[in-house]
Design a protein around this ligand. Structure first.
Ligand code: SAM
Ligand code: SF4
Ligand code: SF4
Length: 347
């Protein structure tokens, strides 16, 4: 990879910190069949919690229209997320529509893997999905069941990973590490995915939303994880493969593959953040830690033309100043308002 590839492509729109708009993460639903303790704690998200209903969700046609407009502003990469995106019926139809949008080069999906059967993996791949990220926090069944808090067995997720791989979909694994909960599984996870083409990424537990009771002490900083793994299997840092890459990549010195670290708490990467996020009901957020989103659904359903929507997108991105992770300490001390929840706008 040459240095040239690390520079952003000619930008269509820059924010206040000169960051181009490149990626769009689309949350297809805020519903989820898991209640991960760090994301949707059961005590808060029980039967009485009010999720977005069907009529409130953006339709596939509305999503496709917005993606066409985003693509005109330089977005080439899409990630479908949630909530659990595979709960959205006929998601493959949407993928097919989005894959046909001029300028869209890459469509990825983040899933908990619970609904990823062999048949589903095949239809997703055939529809145009390029890559998949499966979240997996432990290989120990007891720990995994406790973390998803609905007793879902780890064996089924391991099978889902193989279904995706069998279809030729490149697979990444996301492991959120929370001290005292699953940090003793780090080496076992690393060992399991060494010598496989699947890339495991360790994610620092974040203070997304307002409900997970995050405390700085719960975070296991990436440097600690790197040290623990490196002691057993020496690691060498790799150059970023593209501008705005969120994970720091390392290679096992013995040739057993690659591993990544997403360090948004200990080493924020706001300076190259090129990601916009669309909520299930069509609100546009310019930061994972945003407090308010721009209501694009109102424009879509109010009869706005493409020019008006494009101008809105340009204005929202053009006035963006977000860098929450860099300012975390300050903003938390100040009490920065109600943040959007992670399951609402995805990872
Ligand atoms: N339900 C899907 C899944 O779990 O893969 C997609 C949505 S989920 C919100 C996206 C990613 O965010 C998952 O990998 C999840 O582990 C991660 N995540 C959720 N809450 C988090 C937190 N508090 N800190 C760090 N990562 C978190
Ligand atoms: Fe659901 Fe994903 Fe959140 Fe877990 S992390 S509760 S699977 S949305
Ligand atoms: Fe981007 Fe906000 Fe995360 Fe910084 S905190 S990297 S601006 S999403």
């Amino acid at each position: 990879m040459s240095k040239h590839d690390l520079r952003p492509k000619a930008p269509q729109v820059l924010d206040m910190l000169q960051r181009p708009l490149r990626d769009l993460r689309i949350s297809l639903t805020d519903h989820c069949n898991f209640r991960c303790v760090y994301c949707m704690p059961k005590a808060v998200f029980g039967t009485r919690y009010h999720f977005v209903d069907h009529a409130g969700l953006l339709s596939f046609a509305e999503i496709e229209r917005l993606v066409r407009l985003f693509a005109q502003l330089g977005v080439g990469k899409l990630r479908l997320t949630g909530g659990e995106p595979l709960l959205r019926p006929h998601i493959e139809d949407l993928i097919e529509q989005l894959a046909a949008v001029p300028g869209i080069e890459d469509i990825a999906l983040t899933t908990n893997g619970s609904l990823l059967t062999a048949a589903k993996a095949k239809t997703l791949k055939n529809a145009g999905l390029r890559r998949i990220t499966v979240s997996l926090d432990s290989l120990r069944d007891e720990t995994y069941r406790a973390m998803n808090d609905v007793g879902f067995p780890v064996a089924k997720v391991l099978a889902a990973i193989e279904h995706a791989a069998a279809e030729g979909l490149p697979v990444k694994l996301n492991m959120v590490v929370r001290r005292g909960l699953n940090d003793d599984d780090i080496l076992a996870m690393a060992e399991h995915f060494r010598h496989t083409p699947h890339v495991l990424r360790f994610i620092e537990y974040m203070d997304v939303g307002n409900m997970n009771g995050w405390q700085p002490e719960d975070v296991v900083p990436s440097r600690e994880i790197i040290a623990r793994i490196g002691e057993r299997w020496p690691l060498d840092p790799l150059e970023p493969s593209r501008y705005g890459e969120v994970a720091s990549r390392y290679a096992y010195r013995d040739g057993a593959g690659e591993v990544g670290f997403i360090s948004s708490v200990s080493q924020p990467f706001c300076r190259t953040c090129t990601r916009a996020r669309l909520s299930p009901e069509g609100a546009l957020y310019t930061c994972l830690f945003g407090t308010t989103g721009k209501d694009l659904r109102a424009l879509l359903r109010g009869g706005a033309g493409d020019d008006e929507i494009l101008a809105t997108l340009q204005k929202v991105w053009g006035t963006r100043e977000d860098r929450y992770s860099e300012l975390r300490g300050l903003l938390r001390a100040r009490g920065s308002g109600e943040k959007v929840e992670m399951f609402h706008i995805g990872g």
